[in-house]
Design a protein around this ligand. Structure first.
Ligand code: SF4
Length: 340
C-alpha cells in the first residue's frame, strides 16, 4: 500500500488534505509540528487555528499522528530567515521549508512515497503564491513530492499523480481566501470538528512581533523562558539588561510566579489587590525601585502617594518591603514595550 506523510496543523485545510488522500486508499501518517510561538496543539492558552489538537480527527478517520517540536531550528529561522518576514516577524516561507524538510526526513524513515500539505493557492499572501510553491519545494529538496490536494488541479502534476498512486481527477482546484469550498467539502467528508480559520501563529501578531524584536535586540541568544514570557503580562524595559513583566489578571500572576527562576525577583503590594511583577535580567536597586513603582501603579492603592511593595525571591522567600510612589503614566509609556 502506498504511504504518505501529511503536515497536519489540526486546522480545516490540513485535515481535509489528509482525508482526501486517505479516501484514495493511501496510508496516511500525519506529523504535527510545534514551535515556541503558539503552534502547540496541547497549549491550552493558545487558540490559534494552527494549534488545534489533531488527535480527535485522527482517531475518527483512522490515521496516525506524530508530534515534532521544531525548538531551536525554528528559533534560528525566526532570527535569520533566508526569505524574510511577512507583515510582522513571521518567516512563513522559511517555516514551510523547514517543516517540509523535517517531513521529508520522516517520509524517508518510514518508507513513505510522498508528502501532503493543506496549502491553497492564493490563500496566504506570503507562502501560498504560485511563484512560492516551487521555491519552497526546491529549498526543501522535495520537488515533485509535495501533493497539495485542495489546489492540485491548479498546479503541475506531482510524482504520485504521474506514477498513478493518486487519481488527479479526484483532487481539487480551490484557490483564494474564501473557505466556502472547504467548508462544503468538510460536510461531504463528515469532518465536523475543526477550528475557525485563524491568522497564523503568534509571530503574525503585531504586539508579539514588537516584543520579540525588542527581546532579540537586547538578548540575541534569548532563552526559552524569555521567549515564553512574551505571551504574558505587560512588558517594561528598565535597562538594556533588565525587564519587568506585570501580570494583568490572576491567571497571569500565577504564570509569572511559576516562571520565577533563581536570580529573578517577584514584587507584590501584599496588603491590597496587586499584580505580580516578575523582574528578570541583571538589575540594581534603581531597577528594583522602578519595578516596585510600576507594580504600585497597577495595584489597588495606586491613588496613594506611597505604596508598600514586597520583594520576594519566588513565592516563598520574602526579602523586604520598600515604599515607593506609583509610577507616572508618562514613565509607563516610556518604558512599556509596545508598538506606538
Ligand atoms: S504563520 Fe507563518 S511562521 Fe507562523 S506557523 Fe504559519 S507558516 Fe509558520
Amino acid at each position: 500500500m502506498a504511504k504518505a506523510i501529511a503536515l497536519l496543523s489540526g486546522g480545516l485545510d490540513s485535515t481535509l488534505a489528509a482525508l482526501i488522500v486517505l479516501k484514495q486508499g493511501i496510508e496516511v501518517t500525519a506529523v504535527t509540528f510545534m514551535t515556541h510561538f503558539g503552534c502547540d496543539p496541547f497549549n491550552l492558552t493558545d487558540s490559534s487555528s494552527c494549534s488545534s489538537n489533531p488527535l480527535p480527527n485522527a482517531l475518527k478517520f483512522g490515521f496516525d499522528v506524530k508530534l515534532s517540536h521544531l525548538a531551536d531550528k525554528f528559533i534560528d529561522i525566526v532570527k535569520n530567515p533566508k526569505f524574510g518576514y511577512g507583515k510582522n516577524i513571521n518567516p512563513c516561507i522559511d517555516c514551510r521549508i523547514l517543516m517540509l524538510k523535517e517531513a521529508k526526513s520522516l517520509m524517508e524513515n518510514m518508507g513513505a512515497d510522498f508528502l501532503i500539505t493543506g496549502e491553497v493557492l492564493g490563500q496566504r499572501p506570503m507562502s501560498q503564491r504560485r511563484a512560492t510553491f516551487p521555491v519552497i519545494d526546491k529549498e526543501s529538496d522535495t520537488i515533485g513530492l509535495v501533493l497539495r490536494p485542495l489546489t492540485a488541479k491548479r498546479l503541475n502534476p506531482t510524482m504520485p499523480e504521474i506514477n498513478g498512486i493518486i487519481d488527479r481527477n479526484a483532487l481539487y482546484d480551490f484557490h483564494g481566501r474564501s473557505r466556502k469550498p472547504q467548508i462544503a467539502l468538510a460536510k461531504e467528508l463528515g469532518l465536523t470538528e475543526y477550528p475557525d480559520p485563524g491568522g497564523g501563529c503568534l509571530l503574525t501578531e503585531p504586539f508579539y512581533a514588537y516584543r520579540l524584536n525588542d527581546l532579540l535586540k537586547y538578548s540575541p541568544d534569548a532563552t526559552y523562558k524569555e521567549i515564553n514570557l512574551l505571551k504574558y503580562g505587560r512588558h517594561f524595559r528598565l535597562s538594556d539588561r533588565c525587564k519587568a513583566v506585570v501580570g494583568r489578571n490572576e491567571r497571569e500572576n500565577n504564570i509569572l510566579e511559576g516562571l520565577y527562576a533563581q536570580g529573578d525577583l517577584i514584587l507584590i503590594a501584599d496588603t491590597v489587590g496587586s499584580p505580580a511583577t516578575l523582574l528578570i535580567g541583571e538589575f540594581t536597586d534603581v531597577e528594583i525601585r522602578m519595578a516596585a513603582s510600576i507594580t504600585a501603579r497597577y495595584c489597588d492603592a495606586r491613588a496613594e502617594s506611597n505604596v508598600k511593595i514586597g520583594i520576594w525571591e519566588g513565592i516563598e522567600r520574602f526579602i523586604k518591603n520598600i515604599i515607593v510612589p506609583p509610577a507616572l503614566k508618562v514613565t509607563l509609556d516610556k518604558l512599556r514595550i509596545e508598538a506606538r
